[in-house]
Design a protein around this ligand. Structure first.
Ligand SMILES: NC(=O)c1ccc[n+]([C@@H]2O[C@H](COP(=O)([O-])OP(=O)(O)OC[C@H]3O[C@@H](n4cnc5c(N)ncnc54)[C@H](OP(=O)(O)O)[C@@H]3O)[C@@H](O)[C@H]2O)c1
Length: 167
């Protein structure tokens, strides 16, 4: 069976994902809750800057951190790898892998992704990190739920689920 390689990401309407290491919008409870639901128990991959970010999210399964540096005091369930190829090899027998970002990691994994779980935050954010374009040619939108702002979520948002068009 084909391995499921999925990204879990929150973006603004202009595809922003980060600004100076932080998320570029006020704290949104829905983003953290969706990560907990979709990613918390899965083998995960992230870039060194996302690992070091104040918004760091770790799976309670295995976490691979892509870096060319040595990272001190890594938690027991974290391992460094030097490339996406090494990450894919490490997880070759896992049925599912979760890609947690940031920009450079999402860009590198884009050709390998089979699913994208996107939380679309309804704002236009100033940013220095972005998610790649999701083209209609390559991706089917298979699920969409819309929510109004409310307690813990100061902005309107949507949960979108994309599946890669089969080649
Ligand atoms: N909104 C969201 O859902 C979300 C999710 C995650 C992160 N973010 C945001 O995204 C921003 C960080 O993104 P970023 O692109 O700057 O950093 P990043 O992808 O988290 O990390 C970049 C670092 O990871 C390593 N790396 C990543 N891809 C690699 C590759 N293909 N080959 C070799 N090494 C690779 C390199 O580490 P070395 O320099 O150590 O070699 C690189 O400097 C932050 O603002 C964060 O808050 C947002």
């Amino acid at each position: 069976m084909k391995q499921k390689i999925f990204a879990v990401v929150a973006t603004s309407e202009n595809r922003a994902i980060g600004h100076k290491g932080w998320l570029p919008w006020p704290e949104m409870k829905c983003d953290y809750e969706r990560l907990m639901t979709l990613a918390y128990h899965k083998p995960a991959v992230m870039g060194r800057l996302s690992y070091e970010s104040p918004n760091q999210f770790l799976s309670n399964n295995q976490n691979l951190i892509i870096t060319s540096h040595k990272i001190d005091d890594l938690p027991d369930n974290c391992t460094t790898v030097s490339s996406i190829e090494e990450a894919l090899k490490y997880y070759e027998n896992e049925p599912e892998i979760c890609i947690l970002g940031g920009q450079r990691v999402f860009e590198s994994f884009m050709p390998y992704l089979t699913h994208i779980y996107l939380t679309l935050i309804h704002t236009v954010a100033k940013a220095d990190a972005y998610f790649p374009e999701i083209s209609n040619k390559d991706w089917h939108l298979i699920n969409q739920e819309s929510f109004y702002a409310g307690e813990g979520n100061p902005l309107d948002y949507e949960f979108l689920e994309y599946q890669k068009v089969k080649e």
